[in-house]
Design a protein around this ligand. Structure first.
Ligand SMILES: NC(=O)c1ccc[n+]([C@@H]2O[C@H](COP(=O)([O-])OP(=O)(O)OC[C@H]3O[C@@H](n4cnc5c(N)ncnc54)[C@H](O)[C@@H]3O)[C@@H](O)[C@H]2O)c1
Length: 311
């Protein structure tokens, strides 16, 4: 369920339990899904945590649950509400973290939203929102945190991209575009930072993972989200995805793919036989659109034979 470098790192590499303790980790989108689970698994490692998303009450809930496992004290977790699209607030937020903990070892750019709508039905504003949030929001926060890491000549910037940043699928053209943009941005930035070997840029490309991503996805109109979660049974368990993210961080892997089959296989196919993969994507895409129009989760039924059950 991961690319070969990641699987090797899981088998033979450094353990998160050895590498990530005593670090200050800032997680965006920490109120739900992958970001929430990251907060729980990181809190078990004894790191200092900064939890950001828009809703303070949800972040407080996550904080309370993190404190249940005794590894952290109240003062080790900072709840810092932040809207990624409000880029004017990012500098102040960065200063607040530095004032509280004195350093930022790891920034996890995780907050984001997906899309379930066809281009022809979709207001252009939805495309702008997706770029503002997934792309520019992430670029902005990274730009605020990076000078501090450069000063210390160390740090990790970890971004939760998506296999949709490598491949593409129907009903998510704006989401795919924002994630492809992030891929280009971070691959470019990594080369700009070649003189700082202590600063790592890691980009994680997950396939379908259990979370609220579909429920919160944009639709044809900016103010209308999907609102229901649909079938999650075929998706990777959030805890497994997050464990592999921690292994990526501990081993400073630069690009990882995390997914059950057949999505992982399709990503490999895309590297070796791009035309065949794009043909296959269109075939499967037709089914995805049919599912969507019939009110079924876009991905839920077309891979039934390969479906895996996760709890
Ligand atoms: N779940 C999947 O299948 C999947 C697959 C690939 C990539 N991803 C990526 O993982 C990341 C996390 O998504 P998830 O699956 O946990 O979904 P989720 O909806 O459960 O969580 C998204 C988080 O982002 C936050 N967020 C949304 N808009 C924000 C804003 N304007 N400012 C600050 N925070 C905001 C939400 O509050 C929430 O905490 C996203 O970047 C998503 O693109 C998810």
């Amino acid at each position: 369920d991961g690319d070969l470098s990641l699987m090797w790192a899981e088998w033979q590499g450094r353990r998160p339990e050895w590498e990530l303790t005593d670090m200050v980790v800032w997680v965006t989108g920490a109120s739900s899904g992958i970001g929430e689970e990251l907060a729980y698994q990181l809190s078990k490692l004894g790191v200092s945590l900064v939890l950001s998303a828009r809703r303070a009450n949800e972040l407080e809930r996550v904080k309370r649950k993190c404190l249940e496992n005794d590894n952290l004290k109240e003062k080790d977790i900072l709840v810092l509400p932040l809207d990624l699209t409000n880029t004017n607030s990012h500098e102040v937020a960065t200063k607040a973290v530095l004032q509280e903990f004195g350093k930022i070892d790891i920034l996890v750019n995780n907050g984001g939203r997906s899309q379930r709508s066809l281009l022809l039905d979709t207001n252009l504003d939805v495309y702008k929102e997706l770029m503002d949030l997934n792309y520019l929001g992430t670029v902005s926060l990274t730009k605020c945190v990076l000078p501090h890491m450069i000063e210390r000549k160390q740090g990790k910037i970890v971004t939760i991209n998506s296999l949709m940043g490598v491949m593409s699928a129907p009903l998510a053209s704006g989401y795919c575009a924002s994630k492809h943009a992030l891929r280009g941005f971070f691959n470019g930035l990594r080369t700009e930072l070649a003189t700082y070997p202590g600063i790592t840029i890691s980009t994680i490309y997950p396939g379908p993972v259990q979370s609220n991503i579909v429920k919160n996805a944009f639709t044809e109109e900016v103010r209308k989200s999907v609102g229901c979660e649909g079938d999650q049974s075929f998706k990777m368990a959030t805890s497994r995805c997050v464990r592999l993210i921690l292994i990526t961080m501990a081993n400073d892997l630069k690009e990882v793919w995390i997914s059950d089959q057949p999505f992982l296989l399709m990503t490999y196919l895309g590297q070796y036989m791009p035309t065949f993969m794009l043909w296959l994507s269109s075939k499967l895409g037709k089914r995805r659109i049919e599912n969507f129009k019939n009110g079924v989760d876009a991905d839920s039924s077309y891979f039934k034979p390969l479906k895996k059950k996760h709890e």
